[in-house]
Design a protein around this ligand. Structure first.
Ligand SMILES: Cc1ncc(COP(=O)(O)O)c(C=O)c1O
Length: 237
């Protein structure tokens, strides 16, 4: 699908049949496809880089065995919430990115998932909500917008002890793997909106999912490859 060129002087970006060539842009263009990440990387590093290589490098900087690139941060969260079934319980923060809140409300209303919002700055506040029904603990640290901090290691430890089947998911958008790697603190799944600090310039749309568990990687792989797959670009032409 052709990418759109926005906020830049035309003609900067030519897109045809999924093949994108970034021309002499003074400001790297904002585009609607994660594929452009690779176009931009290729342009600046004068290198041929494949989609799989990019995921490999993101896994390395995230202390992860597996990494998946998808089209946006919300796509990443949507992929992970496919794990949830009606009646499953999610414990989430009380200050979350608006889109995350909206997706949780949607799941609550349309799929019967039960969501508890808790002040995650206090690890003890989460404990009463953990049970055998808890399927996911969804954390942001710092949170967006209030920049509240959660003790990821303590919470992950409490979850493993009291709800061993629950998955600890961390939205790492506000830090990027450069400053914080939640997998090192016990998280099971981590996602980043690549649109923010991961890219550094707000000039692309992408989402990244990382994990160490093979079972979660398998589920994530099935959904990302079938629903959110991105075009691999042949830079040799
Ligand atoms: C903390 C956080 N998580 C997730 C998202 C969603 O990311 P995206 O805009 O790439 O879908 C945002 C976007 O602002 C965010 O701030």
């Amino acid at each position: 699908m052709p990418a759109l060129c926005q906020y830049t002087r035309l003609p900067l970006l030519k897109a045809w049949m999924g093949h994108m060539i970034i021309l002499e842009a003074e400001t790297p263009p904002a585009v609607t496809s994660v594929s452009s990440l690779f176009a931009i990387v290729s342009k600046f590093y004068r290198n041929r880089i494949s989609f799989a290589q990019t995921e490999h490098h993101i896994a390395k900087i995230s202390s992860a065995h597996h990494a998946f690139a998808v089209s946006s941060g919300m796509a990443a969260l949507d992929v992970m919430t496919r794990i949830l079934k009606p009646g499953d319980e999610v414990v989430a923060g009380d200050d979350l990115y608006g889109g995350t809140n909206r997706l949780l409300v949607y799941l609550k209303v349309h799929t019967g998932v039960i969501v508890h919002h808790v002040d995650t700055t206090d690890p003890k506040a989460i404990i009463p909500w953990l049970s055998s029904k808890t399927t996911m603990v969804l954390l942001e640290s710092p949170t967006n917008p209030l920049l509240k901090i959660a003790d990821l290691a303590q919470i992950a430890c409490d979850v493993k002890e009291r709800a061993p089947n629950a998955i600890v998911v961390v939205d790492n958008t506000m830090m990027s793997p450069y400053l914080q790697r939640p997998l090192e603190h016990g998280a099971d799944l981590v996602y980043d909106s690549g649109t923010k600090y991961l890219s550094g310039h707000h000039d692309l749309m992408a989402g990244i999912i990382t994990c160490n568990r093979d079972d979660l990687a398998k589920v994530t792989s099935v959904v990302t490859r079938h629903s959110y797959s991105v075009t691999e670009i042949d830079f040799s032409t």
